[in-house]
Design a protein around this ligand. Structure first.
Ligand code: DQA
Length: 146
């Protein structure tokens, strides 16, 4: 059975391409998602992508992942990374392995970005590699296939 990978994007990532391009680059969210879908398809895996600006909707989508055979999650929770106990609890509840991705190097930015509510539950954290971080996380997820 093909691996099913869910890619979750948090608040303001719908603005990629125009949002602080010096920090986040010029690619749009659609550019990123299309590349991820193409790579997953090439490997015969299913990939679902979801973006929301709303914490509860991200929680709902994580809970739904427990019902739709998702076996790996790639999540850039954006600002919710630094604030959301609810998203942490949802990831802990579904027990689906995940990688946390950040486009920017959060550790070279403001101190409030240095703490993640998700990181200690994650298989790993990728930060600062630009949008390539999503592809690196996807390659890792695909390599977990048994
Ligand atoms: C981000 C880093 C977060 O601190 C910020 O709030 C974002 C994007 C990143 O991808 O670099 O919205 O997660």
């Amino acid at each position: 059975m093909a691996q099913h990978i869910l890619v979750l994007h948090g608040p303001n990532l719908n603005l990629l391409g125009t949002r602080e391009p010096d920090v986040y680059g010029a690619d749009t969210l659609s550019d990123i998602n299309q590349r991820l879908l193409a790579i997953a398809g090439h490997h015969g895996a299913r990939c679902s992508v979801y973006q929301s600006n709303h914490e509860g909707e991200l929680v709902d989508r994580i809970q739904a992942a427990a019902q739709d055979q998702t076996d790996f999650i790639i999540i850039n929770a954006a600002a919710y990374t630094h604030t959301s106990v609810a998203i942490r609890d949802a990831l802990a509840a579904v027990r689906i392995p995940f990688v946390e991705v950040h486009i920017s190097n959060v550790y070279s930015r403001e101190a409030f970005r240095h703490h993640s509510y998700l990181a200690d539950l994650a298989r790993g954290v990728i930060a600062g590699l630009g949008v390539y971080g999503y592809e690196a996380a996807l390659q890792y997820a695909l390599a977990q296939r048994t």
